[in-house]
Design a protein. Structure first.
Length: 685
């Protein structure tokens, strides 16, 4: 995504990122929807105690269970010795090595529910060390190797307002009423939430009874960091009164494992989170930012003493949000990831602020659409193992050294995609017609692209809206290109990875001028001369669904549209979505009843009277982020307007439709079928 030059017309075309003519040769078949069931990707690398190999989670799509399965594999840092460590129909994930290198803890569902297991590396003997009711997270070994800390949900009971009388013997009553009294009572991907809180636990590493070490009606999740003496665990939590209405507030705390006494280490307005202990046990690195009410904020990197004193920012001028962090094994600096111009980078900073970028090719861990993503792990000699982003493959593992030499360690999809002719991806950049911002986008061309021909175009729009697309693998985009479409996708204002000012262009104003940025993207591709302007289509999901509905309310230039999991009416959305306190606070200036005019003028429903474009609505039936009621409103409005429309309801799908491979296939297949229906030749038949 990095700019390499510009033309006088303001249109920039960088080098081709992915090659259409792959090693498969000229006669290779194109990407097929059924290929999705065979995709795999690497994530979560961890260095083995020897330091010359890495274990990682090898995730594959299970066609029989319609789910993602995770196994643990190992590969040497020279690419040799690729082999399974724990593999099978059950999932194995979260490998964590003890500090002395003798054991590996992990989480597995091999015996039904997810439990914590420990494997002795000298004999490969394995013991289950927990018998938990709910799944564990955030595994962390104590430095002395005696305990494993983890987080787990703890249910709590609520007294009913009214108890039914005893039913007669043999009677079949409907059951007791469900009483809801919490601000957040359901969440996308989890459904209606059980009553209770997430707490920190410890369990003896040799097995035994887990012991809860945090208390109170607060959630304690995320990374766990032990102090060097194995006496305290450092964690992040929002433990302030009214926390349900203030989701961005959290502090770093320390809990004494023996007594449960909690000491708060940070104190500011805004979140502090993700603590990581330095190798010598003297410093804590963590992320956070000062809360100022803006909808998009960059997490900054801080270090402090273990008692909370001496806090300071290491990268105050970076201007990008930091993601994953890891102390260098020698303790002299920190490796960190961040998104910049649609790419995910890993860099290193020492404790006085100097450093270097290691790689800008991290990603590949989202299969559906080309979002930024990825994980990494640093080695003792300063190399970095990372999930490698390519446009024609999901993530493999690779390692980069200090002079930027990259060695790819795995080839997880060569058997599936090595004989496919994959689409090429080209980077473009241009000044926005409104406001003059530089806009970044990518053009995807079919494998057999011929510039002398005319191609149909799909404009694909990302969600968020504070997220970013980049030169990443995308099953959806590859499928569109394989069907003969040129695809353009990019990052209109509001997208992350270009700095807070660019992201907050849409603050309290979304969708702002995103329409203009997206039309500019389309126009830049049309200017290249290979687009049939009579065959242009538009789609997007979530925030992209908002913008697709907004677009068809403002222009008839697209032959058909697919509005996926949208927000149509901001008033109904903020009062039915899973995180109402966040949306009303950061996306709007006041509640709907205080500023209804602003809510309405930004709602795509306000433009539905203009729509003539044939429009499909597509949403998961258990989507609680952009609830199905939003889709149903727009569908009924279109029907009342006599607009050709259809509503596709994806079974068992939440907001993340790609979570089940069959649902991802259904999504892509329905979108392509709708567009094919409105091709000129199809309409004339």
């Amino acid at each position: 995504m990095r700019i390499t030059g510009t033309l006088t017309a303001g249109f920039l075309c960088a080098a081709v990122i992915g090659s259409a003519a792959t090693a498969a040769g000229e006669d290779a078949k194109k990407f097929e929807l059924t290929d999705i069931f065979n995709l795999e990707y690497a994530t979560g690398p961890r260095l083995t105690p020897s330091g010359d190999a890495v274990v990682y989670e090898r995730r594959s799509l299970d066609i029989m269970t319609d789910s993602t399965r995770s196994n643990i594999w190992q590969v040497n840092l020279d690419g040799s010795g690729h082999r399974p460590v724990l593999s099978g129909k059950a999932s194995y994930r979260m490998p964590r090595f003890s500090s002395d290198g003798s054991r590996m803890a992990y989480v597995s569902s091999v015996e039904g529910k997810n439990q914590i297991y420990v494997r002795w590396l000298d004999t490969n003997e394995t013991a289950r060390v927990t018998d938990l009711q709910y799944g564990p997270g955030s595994l962390s070994w104590s430095p002395d190797g005696s305990m494993i800390a983890f987080t787990m949900f703890v249910p709590s009971d609520a007294k009913p307002l009214y108890s039914l009388p005893a039913a007669p013997k043999g009677a079949e009553w409907a059951g007791p009423a469900k009483v809801v009294d919490r601000v957040t009572y359901r969440a996308d991907g989890a459904g209606y939430l059980p009553r209770g809180f997430t707490h920190v636990f410890v369990v003896p590493a040799d097995g035994g009874t887990p012991r809860q070490v945090t208390s109170g009606d607060y959630n304690h999740g995320g990374a766990l960091a032990w102090t060097a003496d194995s006496q305290n665990i450092i964690f992040s939590a929002n433990r302030v009164e009214g926390w349900e209405l203030n989701g961005r507030e959290s502090e770093i705390h320390s809990v004494n494992v023996a007594s449960g006494e909690i000491t708060t280490l940070t104190n500011r307005k805004g979140p502090d989170f993700g603590p990581q202990m330095s190798p010598d046990g003297k410093l804590v690195a963590y992320l956070g930012f000062d809360e100022d009410g803006m909808s998009s904020k960059n997490a900054e990197l801080y270090v402090m003493n273990t008692d909370g004193s001496g806090s300071r920012a290491l990268l105050p001028t970076l201007g990008r949000g930091i993601g994953e962090i890891q102390w260098a094994p020698d303790g002299r600096g920190i490796f960190y990831s961040y998104d910049n111009n649609g790419k995910t980078l890993v860099a290193y900073v020492n404790l006085v602020g100097g450093g270097r970028v290691m790689t800008d090719a991290v990603g590949g861990t989202t299969l559906g659409r080309p979002y930024t993503s990825g994980t990494f792990r640093a080695t003792a000699d300063g190399r970095v193992v990372f999930t490698q982003s390519r446009t024609d493959r999901p993530a493999d593992l690779a390692v980069v050294d200090r002079i930027s030499n990259v060695t790819t360690l795995t080839d997880l999809n060569g058997d599936v995609l090595g004989h496919r002719a994959m689409a090429s991806v080209e980077e473009i950049s241009f000044p926005a017609s409104v406001g003059g911002h530089e806009i970044h986008a990518w053009v995807v061309k079919p494998a057999d692209f011929d510039a002398s021909k005319k191609y149909p175009l799909i404009l694909e729009i990302h969600g968020g809206p504070h997220t970013a697309y980049g030169p990443q693998f995308s099953a959806e985009i590859q499928a569109y290109a394989a069907a003969g479409y040129v695809v353009v996708y990019g990052n209109p204002r509001g997208s992350t990875s270009y700095g807070e000012d660019f992201a907050n262009e849409i603050h309290h104003n979304y969708p702002s001028n995103d329409y203009d940025d997206l039309m500019d993207s389309v126009n830049q591709v049309i200017a290249q001369g290979y687009i049939d302007e009579n065959q242009m289509y538009v789609t997007g999901g979530s925030g992209g669904g908002v913008l697709t509905a907004w677009i068809v309310g403002k222009t008839d230039r697209f032959r058909a549209a697919v509005v996926a999991k949208p927000v149509i009416n901001w008033t109904s959305f903020v009062l039915t979505a899973d995180f109402s306190p966040f949306f009303t606070k950061y996306w709007f200036d006041g509640f709907p009843w205080e500023n209804q005019e602003n809510y309405w003028k930004r709602s795509p429903l306000s433009l539905v009277g203009n729509v003539k474009t044939p429009t499909m609505l597509l949403t998961g039936e258990v989507d609680y982020r952009t609830p199905m009621s939003e889709t149903e409103q727009y569908y009924q409005a279109l029907k009342l307007q006599k607009v050709d429309s259809v509503m596709v309801r994806i079974p068992g799908a939440g907001h993340g439709i790609a979570a089940k491979p069959s649902n991802l296939v259904q999504k892509i297949g329905n979108i392509l079928a709708w567009f094919e229906k409105y091709k000129p030749e199809a309409e004339s038949e």
